[in-house]
Design a protein. Structure first.
Length: 260
């Protein structure tokens, strides 16, 4: 999947301080808002290159377009994208009475950023799971990662309690590929999973290490899938979200900026 970094133009104008989301309609009545393709020759003088913005539904991508208000080009501040290698017993929220949160691991460089309060988690992990977490200020982008209809693939490394024999592997793979009926569990409703890809670290010998690729992420889904098959997940680590891969040199609890 090639990520789309477009966002509603009213969010962009709000981020640069020209208007709020609520005042956007009034802003359009009193100001001329237009965009042009980047790289257009003489885009500041040739009217045919301009596209008028007439509603908040207009999507703007700062990497491919320029934004103009009343004929003046607007400098768009970049969004924040942060990769974090989340440890176990850490929750993906800003505040928790029982656990540390992913925000506790962010350095002052990020906490002092003017957009820090807009930073949020794009795709959560349970407290007992670890690995790749993406934090961003781009709400449209994070929504594209978690919406079921976008089919963004997430990959997990799984360590199981019971080894799977070479004879059992085919049955496991088939079950994941066909979808598994999961009974209700605590906060998780009963449902049938979408087809998933299961592979093993060692394709010949017995192994307790597997890799799972899913396009959904419901409550404790992978743990529940293996539980139905009579096995228990001891360790669950997310190693990729779409094209975003957990850097091998990023230790647990550490984070780094990510550039799209």
């Amino acid at each position: 999947m090639i990520f789309d970094f477009s966002e509603p133009v009213d969010h962009v104008l709000s981020r640069v301080g020209l208007c709020s989301d609520r005042s956007f309609k009034n802003f359009l009545r009193t100001h001329r808002v237009e965009v042009s393709e980047k790289g257009s020759e003489n885009s500041s003088t040739v009217s045919e290159t301009f596209i008028p913005v007439t509603s908040r539904d207009f999507l703007f991508n700062a990497s491919t377009k320029n934004l103009f208000v009343d004929g003046k080009e607007i400098t768009i501040p970049s969004h924040l994208y942060v990769l974090l290698n989340k440890p176990v017993d850490v929750v993906c929220s800003r505040v928790s009475d029982k656990h540390k949160t992913v925000f506790d691991f962010l350095p002052s460089e990020i906490k002092n950023h003017p957009f820090y309060n807009h930073l949020h988690v794009a795709g959560r992990l349970d407290s007992d799971s670890r690995g790749l977490v993406l934090l961003t200020t781009n709400g449209n982008f994070s929504a594209s990662l978690v919406k079921p209809e976008t089919h963004v693939e997430k990959t997990y490394r799984v360590e199981l309690k019971e080894k799977i024999s070479s004879d059992e592997k085919r049955d496991y793979e088939k079950a994941f590929a066909c979808g598994i009926e999961l009974p209700a569990e605590k906060k998780g409703e009963a449902f049938k999973t979408k087809p998933a890809v299961l592979s093993f670290e060692d394709s010949v010998a017995d192994t307790e290490v597997a890799f799972v690729k899913i396009t959904e992420g419901k409550f404790r889904q992978i743990r529940r899938m293996f539980s139905v098959l009579g096995n228990e997940v001891k360790d669950l680590k997310r190693i990729s979200i779409g094209e975003i891969v957990l850097p091998e040199d990023l230790a647990e609890g550490q984070c780094k900026f990510w550039e799209p």
